[in-house]
Design a protein around this ligand. Structure first.
Ligand code: ACM
Ligand code: ZN
Length: 383
């Protein structure tokens, strides 16, 4: 029962992260997936590579307005956690029965690495920490230096995080640069690979071997199925359920977080003009609640579903108040999905119980979204 927070697109302080952990604990969510690195910022101190945070932890400006806008705020956005701060947060979470699973993105979503260490790109140029959203073509090259840096980074991550699982990203890695790069093309030939997808698979398998050698297990976004899945990888299914179903049928463990049921950065009301700006999708509370992660699987295959997760991507979510608004009450619906047998679920009853929870959230000063209160009044429900 997980919640992911993206602290790359917008940085959240140690105290803000703790507040989100408190809320998770209240609803018995027990895995905090911490998205610590991305094109727009590197947020974890790595002692061996100080430039990752010194350069990679800071961007000059931030895209504002719609996803395709050309408008930037012109303000520096920066921040990172020291290893001591991270240990403090891990300890804080553990006292609340929450395990923190760190994510270090590779080989895509890595432009903040290239800003600090441009020699790890296919083409050595100047790169900046990205100021805009979307999928970026500047990715890590498959040269040995990339593997070396990642091994050193992961070694420090193993020292800090006790989690059995380490998320290595793997999503949205365009192959444009690899297809033009002499080193990457030589690697494809030398390793007898068919194409760039198999090269990505090689990349992830090599990372998995390293992680497994340190008695940990990798989780990757569902793109890690492309070009052949690493033997022990857990798949996090986000583009829908197909990847998770395919992985479960191959006897791989799966975390379900299909965007149409679990992306908490989507709008929660159809009345978009009266909502804070969000990414394009639409995910109302009743859809979250309706989610059944094992519906399309046999009971044997269903055993591979480790659980479900809600994702808070923060391109458009710059403050903890806004994060609370997007996550609550939808994360409570997800908690109930994770805890309940399908036949026990009853949305009307859930909303009635939410009205009671709303008093609890009010007393904690949580900025939850209140659409459900109106739905209860309109339907003349149990209130
Ligand atoms: C993702 O939303 N790119 C995993
Ligand atoms: Zn290359």
């Amino acid at each position: 029962r997980g919640i992911m927070l993206d602290v790359s697109r917008h940085f959240y302080t140690k105290e803000e992260v703790k507040e989100l952990l408190d809320l998770m604990a209240l609803y018995k969510m027990n895995k905090f997936h911490w998205h610590l690195t991305d094109d727009q910022g590197w947020r974890i101190e790595i002692k061996k590579y100080p430039l990752l945070t010194k350069i990679g932890g800071k961007r000059d400006s931030t895209q504002i307005g719609n996803w395709n806008s050309n408008i930037y705020d012109g303000k520096v956005h920066e921040g990172f956690y020291t290893q001591e701060e991270i240990k403090e947060i891990i300890d804080y979470a553990a006292k609340r029965q929450i395990t923190i699973v760190p994510e270090i993105e590779m080989p895509g979503h890595a432009q903040s690495i290239l800003a600090a260490y441009p020699q790890l790109a296919c083409f050595h140029k100047n790169y900046e920490v990205s100021c805009d959203w979307g999928v970026h073509k500047e990715v890590l090259c498959t040269k040995e230096g990339s593997f070396k840096l990642l091994e050193d980074v992961l070694s420090e991550v193993f020292e800090i995080f006790p989690s059995k699982y380490i998320h290595i990203g793997g999503d949205e890695c365009p192959k444009d640069r690899w297809s033009e790069c002499p080193v990457c093309q030589r690697n494809i030939k030398r390793l007898g690979l068919k194409d760039e997808h198999e090269l990505q698979s090689y990349f992830i398998k090599r990372r998995e071997a390293f992680v497994n050698a340190h008695d940990r297990q990798i989780i990757g976004w569902d793109e890690i199925l492309e070009g052949g899945i690493a033997p022990n990888a857990v798949v996090m299914s986000w583009r829908g359920e197909a990847g998770g179903i395919k992985a479960a049928k191959m006897n791989h463990s799966v975390i379900m977080t299909p965007r149409d049921f679990c992306y908490l950065d989507y709008y929660q009301s159809e009345d978009r003009d009266n909502e804070p700006l969000a990414i394009y999708g639409y995910l109302p509370l009743d859809s979250v609640y309706s989610y059944n992660p094992t519906e399309k699987l046999t009971s044997e295959q269903g055993r591979y579903i480790l659980g479900i997760q809600g994702n808070l991507w923060t391109e458009y979510i710059a403050t903890p108040e806004h994060a609370e608004y997007m996550a609550y009450p939808r994360a409570i619906a997800l908690a109930e999905v994770g805890w309940s047998r399908q036949e026990q679920k009853d949305f009307t009853d859930f909303v009635y119980r939410l009205t009671i929870q709303s008093k609890r959230l009010d007393s904690l000063n949580v900025n939850y979204a209140k659409h459900f209160l109106f739905s209860v009044k309109n339907k003349n429900d149990k209130l």
